[in-house]
Ligand binder design. Structure first.
Ligand code: IPE
Ligand code: IPE
Ligand code: MG
Length: 237
């Protein structure tokens, strides 16, 4: 079986899952965060080297104050759990998105999480927090323009490679497979540049119920696709 090197997940459906159990939305988020711990381990066992998950979008601030507050609280505790998880499982964690909107203590914990795991050689785990592709591209263009004005780069040097280097995902290979749980079939501003050639897998299963068997189904789907990159089919091994 051909295992995708990089899997990107839009973990959706926490709220609906909780509602179906007669529970508040936040219970879904708590269980969703717990499931993430399991999936990280499973991904590595399966042979996935990079896993990127969408935890909070630049649009998610529009949710109720109560829900945003509960999510921030959850991110605080998740960051601590993740620090331990990274140490135990040799995971290298990187935060993508713009953390400047978060409270100083959360920003600090996120920076610590990245710093403490930066030399780990296991799963490369990217968490997208206050992430939006358009925001990422806007920030990249801003920095690139500043560098051009200051003479650090010349406009004729701007290439696809250089643009990639200015994105939050610099140095990380593009995802091969994108999974969205819970039935919606849209990207919701996720990795628009990076997903140019990824295979897309949509499942009705809500995130808290997405387990290793479901992940294997996504990988089987990926194996059934003919990988093309505009030209010839990639050789299958
Ligand atoms: C995904 O679950 C988690 C976040 C976006 C924070 P949702 O909260 O979007 O759950 P649904 O889609 O409303 O069921
Ligand atoms: C996308 O899910 C963002 C995350 C999973 C963090 P949403 O539930 O926020 O997206 P929409 O609103 O359905 O597009
Ligand atoms: Mg949703």
């Amino acid at each position: 079986m051909n295992i995708p090197q990089h899997v990107a997940i839009i973990l959706d459906g926490n709220g609906r899952w909780a509602k179906s159990k007669g529970m508040p939305r936040n219970y879904g988020h708590v269980r969703g965060a717990k499931n993430l711990e399991t999936i990280c381990r499973d991904a590595w066992t399966i042979g996935i080297k990079y896993l990127t998950v969408y935890l909070f979008s630049t649009e998610n601030w529009k949710r109720s104050e109560e829900e945003v507050g509960a999510l921030m609280k959850l991110f605080r505790s998740y960051t601590k759990t993740c620090m331990q998880l990274a140490a135990e499982n040799n995971m290298k964690v990187r935060v993508i998105g713009d953390p400047s909107a978060f409270a100083p203590d959360l920003r600090e914990s996120l920076a610590k999480l990245e710093e403490s795991s930066k030399d780990n050689t296991g799963l490369n785990f990217q968490i997208a927090l206050n992430y939006g592709s358009r925001d990422e591209l806007t920030r990249a263009v801003r920095r690139m323009t500043k560098d051009a004005v200051e003479g650090v780069i010349r406009p004729e040097e701007i290439s696809e490679q250089l643009i990639g280097d200015y994105l939050d995902t610099a140095g990380i290979p593009d995802p091969d497979l994108m999974i969205r749980t819970s039935g919606e079939q849209r990207l919701s501003n996720y990795l628009l540049w990076q997903l140019a050639y990824a295979e897309f897998y949509f499942t009705p299963v809500p995130w808290p119920a997405f387990d290793k068997a479901e992940l294997m189904k996504a990988i089987e789907f990926y194996n059934g696709r003919e990988r093309r990159f505009g030209g010839l089919k990639e050789e299958k091994s």
